[in-house]
Each structure stands twice: as structure tokens, then as C-alpha cells.
Write a protein that binds this ligand. Structure first.
Ligand SMILES: C[S@@+](CC[C@H](N)C(=O)[O-])C[C@H]1O[C@@H](n2cnc3c(N)ncnc32)[C@H](O)[C@@H]1O
Length: 394
């Protein structure tokens, strides 16, 4: 089945294939330097973020119809406009707060949120962006300059986290782009999946797991109340608790909205889900082989939101909401955004209803895509979580 899936992938053009070869050469070099193998997390880090080469670091299209995948902000401005309504509530409660966005992609979400806040007369003094990709920073800056020249002076790109951020934090599809470790549970131990080179191609082998990975899997098993079955393969986001700890330390008061494909721990590590939640995206084809198309395909892993909640609580934040995207949008003002729908031209109505379906239908992004809200300080729970909150499922 895997073979057929890969055979049906489109062929990269000559330039992309040449770029991918350069990325593969870089990773082969890293494997040699490390004595013959690297962890899967290191492989994912290089494939996505190797300076000037990795998928997010180099200049491929990535987002939208001409790229490899679409995210909620790329589907429709409605997503950013509803999120902006939630930002307005938090900004009002934190009096003079700012917005801090991580991993702003093409910059579309920033533009949609700032435009909507302008319409709501609720603009923050600053919209700060923390982005790891130099190429994406350039694209974000161009977009803000071209589409929001009157607000461009409010947007800043930070090279390090602020110390005393007050207001809103946003990370849309950032957690699923953090490198993950892969593991194999056997009858007697936890093994680490590592990447080696074999006749010029990348392959996965298993080896003794380092203590941090063994401990992470054992903590998951303790929480589930049972051992994972022998032969079970899945992922652990090793970097997530540290990333969240840094974000929490930067927040003096306000709410962080973390939106991503994800589930509770019980669902992520359900016995029938051996193989894990890693997904690769190449030209709108989804498959599960991260070892091909190095640097020219996206590699993501669905998020264990129980880990996010635990890391948040350990960092002194309150978990105040967890909802599927459909509920988040419906509770957060989707109806208000669609108020003028009947007076729109028919073509626009058809286009907009297609976008809303994509954002809300359970088989599209409505159910699998979740939004979690984390709070520090005395800020009311945003209205988007008042319709439905699934925090108790974590
Ligand atoms: C899947 S894209 C999502 C882009 C955008 N938020 C959207 O929804 O369209 C992941 C983004 O996160 C960025 N990123 C990954 N790790 C990051 C980190 N540790 N800090 C900040 N940005 C990061 C990537 O460069 C990219 O912009």
C-alpha cells in the first residue's frame, strides 16, 4: 500500500529535484559526522530547517494552491477574522496588550487579524512575529507592506522572545512542525528509530533509546495505565514542553491560542494507532514517508494536546479552553462574519460557503483541527470556548 501511495506522488520538477539532492547531501553529511545514524528528530530538523536548504528555510511555495498544503488562514480570511474577535476580547481585558504570533507562514493570518481588528476599532499598538525561517520573514514583510501599508509600522519581527508580553499569543500549525522523536515499543524495552543511509537512500533502523525518550514513553504508559503493545510505533514531541515553557515564561498576562491538528493522549496512543501520526505533504498529496523528497515536502506530526496541557500547567498557565475548530469558529463569531452573506454576489456566496465548509465540516478541518487556550492572569475565558469545551477529555 505504501508503495502504491508513493508511486502516485507527482514527480518534482528538475529544479526541485536538484534542490532535494542538495538537502539529502547535507543530511548524508550529518549522518556521517554522527558516526552512521541520526535520530528521527534530527532528520526532521534538517529536512525542515537546515539553514538555506530545509523545507521552511528555502524558497519553495509551500502554502496555498501552488504549494503543498493549505492551512486554515490560507483557506479563508474568515478564520483570522474570528480569531481577531477573540484577540479583541483579550486585548480589552489586558488594557494596552499586544499580539505575539509564532511561525507566521505566508503572513496571511497577521494581515487578516490586523484588518479585522481595524474594522472592530480594536487595534493593538504592536503585532510581533517570531519566525525561524529567514525566507518566510521576507515574505511576511513583503505581504504586510503591500497589503497593510497603513499598519506596517505596528508589525515587528523579533529575534528573541519578549520578557514581559501582555496580551495575545498565537501559534497556528506551529506545534505540528516541531521535530518529533519516533519510537518502537518491544516486549521488553523502548527503542529509538534512527535514520541511516543505505546505497544513497535514507532508511530507518531501531537502536537503544536514550534515557529522555525511554522516560517520555514510560510517562505516557503510566498515564494510560497500561503498556503500549509490542511492535507499537509512534512519536513523541521532545521539543514541545521546552518550547511551551519559553512561551509561558515570556507571558506576563494574557491568553495563548494554540491551533493545530491534534488529539488527546488517549487517542494519539490508542492501541490501534501503531504507526503514529506523522504526515507528509507534497503538492497536495498526503503520504507517510518522511525519508523521500528531502527538503521539498512538509513533514508534520499531529499534536498530543494532553502533553501541551501538562506543559502549560507545569509553567504556571491555566488551560481554559480546548475545542475543535468548528466549535471554536461557531462560538467565536462566525455568524457575525457571515451577516452580510445574502447581499453578496452569487459567485462570492459560492466561494465563501465552500471556504466555511472546509473550515467546519468534520471530514475537513472542523473536527481534527483543534484550538487550545492557555491563560496567565485574570482574563475572562474567550467567547469561542463558551459553546463547547473539551478540556475534560485531555
Ligand atoms: C505549517 S507552517 C504554519 C504557518 C502559518 N502559521 C499558517 O497557519 O499558515 C509552520 C510555521 O512555523 C514556523 N516555525 C517552526 N518552528 C518554529 C519555532 N520554533 N518558532 C517560530 N516559528 C516556527 C515555520 O517556519 C512556519 O512559518
Amino acid at each position: 500500500m505504501q508503495h502504491d501511495q508513493h508511486r502516485s506522488l507527482p514527480q518534482p520538477d528538475a529544479d526541485s529535484a536538484a534542490h532535494s539532492q542538495r538537502v539529502a547531501d547535507w543530511i548524508h553529511g550529518k549522518i556521517n559526522e554522527s558516526g552512521g545514524s541520526i535520530s528521527f528528530a534530527e532528520f526532521m530538523q534538517h529536512a525542515l530547517y537546515a539553514p538555506g536548504l530545509g523545507y521552511y528555510a528555502a524558497g519553495t511555495a509551500k502554502f496555498g494552491a501552488a504549494g503543498d498544503f493549505v492551512t486554515a488562514p490560507e483557506v479563508s480570511a474568515v478564520f483570522g477574522r474570528v480569531l481577531a474577535r477573540q484577540c479583541a476580547e483579550v486585548l480589552a481585558a489586558t488594557d494596552g496588550g499586544a499580539i505575539l504570533e509564532f511561525g507566521a507562514g505566508s503572513g496571511k493570518l497577521a494581515v487578516d487579524i490586523l484588518s479585522a481588528l481595524q474594522d472592530l476599532d480594536a487595534l493593538p499598538a504592536r503585532y510581533d512575529i517570531v519566525e525561524v525561517s529567514a525566507d518566510l520573514i521576507e515574505r511576511q514583510q513583503r505581504r504586510v507592506r503591500e497589503q497593510l501599508p497603513q499598519l506596517a509600522s505596528r508589525v515587528r519581527w523579533l529575534s528573541e522572545l519578549p520578557r514581559e508580553h501582555v496580551g495575545v499569543v498565537i501559534a497556528n500549525e506551529v506545534l505540528d512542525a516541531l521535530p518529533v522523536e519516533r519510537f518502537l515499543r518491544t516486549e521488553t524495552e523502548v527503542r529509538q528509530l534512527r535514520v541511516v543511509a543505505d546505497a544513497g537512500r535514507f532508511c530507518m533502523i531501531d537502536a537503544a533509546a536514550p534515557a529522555y525518550l525511554r522516560d517520555a514513553v514510560q510517562r505516557i504508559e503510566a498515564d494510560l495505565g497500561d503498556r503500549l503493545p509490542p511492535g507499537f510505533v509512534s512519536e513523541v514531541s521532545h521539543g514541545l514542553p521546552g518550547w511551551l515553557g519559553e512561551v509561558a515564561a515570556a507571558m506576563r498576562a494574557g491568553v495563548a491560542f494554540l491551533c493545530d491538528y491534534g488529539l488527546s493522549r488517549r487517542e494519539v496512543y490508542a492501541a490501534g494507532r501503531s504507526g503514529g501520526w506523522l504526515r507528509c505533504h507534497f503538492r497536495h498529496h498526503v503520504h507517510d514517508n518522511p525519508l523521500i523528497l528531502a527538503g521539498i515536502q512538509d513533514i508534520t506530526a499531529w499534536v498530543d494536546f494532553t502533553t501541551v496541557a501538562e506543559a502549560a500547567v507545569a509553567s504556571g498557565l491555566d488551560v481554559i479552553g480546548f475545542a475543535p475548530q468548528a466549535q471554536f469558529l461557531l462560538g467565536g463569531g462566525l455568524d457575525l462574519e457571515l451577516q452580510g452573506f445574502a447581499s453578496l454576489p452569487t459567485g462570492t456566496q459560492i466561494e465563501l460557503s465552500g471556504q466555511v465548509k472546509m473550515l467546519t465540516l468534520p471530514d475537513e478541518m472542523g473536527e481534527n483541527f483543534k484550538c487550545m487556550a492557555l491563560r496567565r492572569g485574570d482574563v475572562p475565558v474567550p467567547s469561542a470556548f463558551q459553546l463547547a469545551d473539551r478540556t475534560h477529555t485531555l
